[in-house]
Design a protein around this ligand. Sequence first.
Ligand code: ATP
Ligand code: MG
Length: 251
Amino acid sequence: MGEILINTEGLIKTFGKFVAIDELNLTFESGIITSIIGPNGAGKTTAINLLTGALYPDQGKVFFRGEDITFLQPDQRVRRGIARSFQVMDIFPMLTVLENVQLPLLARFRKTRKWFFPVPYYGDILDEAEIILNYLGLWNKKDVTAGELSHGDQRLLEMGMAIASKPEICFLDEPSSGMNPLERAKVLELIRSLAEEGSTTFVIVEHDLDVIFSLSDRIIVMNKGSVLAEGEPDEIRKNKEVIEIYLGEEI
Ligand SMILES: Nc1ncnc2c1ncn2[C@@H]1O[C@H](COP(=O)(O)OP(=O)(O)OP(=O)(O)O)[C@@H](O)[C@H]1O
Ligand SMILES: [Mg+2]
């Protein structure tokens, strides 16, 4: 059993009259891979937005290690070790691959004020960027403009940026969407090895159920803004309500 990193109490988020998040109670433990699944519109991305500070709830609370962070800004959460990647691409297309990974590293090393020095002269940052890019298999493309990468490589780079900040907990919203099988396997391998290393706890939103069941230690099923079921993959696989909302799909 890991430590509880993040938990929520009765989160509610409405958009106009539409209740997107409805009394949502979530708990994320350290040291395991937790997945959030559920049909389109279940509120998965909105939930992550509430946890990472992109949105604030109408009601309810978010805690990080027991501290109320409900209304903290995203950057204040990042400083506490809460990172995310987005369902929609979040890289800087005009910068090179290397420069993209160096941005969060720079922030981490708190050298952002010295931007007028050429970035690569920061040896430690370059070393760490190299480790991350090697991990992703992108080191040989370090000087390529990020916008020119394949979609799959862009997503890998995006993940690299999320993990470069060495987060305690990292939320990945559909990390393998739009990837070919080879790229998908690479991403999964990366998540698995980072999780095994134990430095980062992952929470993954995915639609690919094969991925979910092979990768997750714990699965949370969301439907209509709240938790429909949660448990170990084997329990979820057998859950009648879960089978019902995924009717027609194989679990
Ligand atoms: N900014 C917004 N304004 C209005 N409605 C929104 C907004 N963001 C989300 N919604 C609505 O809230 C519901 C939940 O959306 P959300 O993106 O969280 O779902 P999701 O589970 O991530 O779906 P998907 O699997 O398609 O990514 C949807 O019905 C969506 O249309
Ligand atoms: Mg979503």
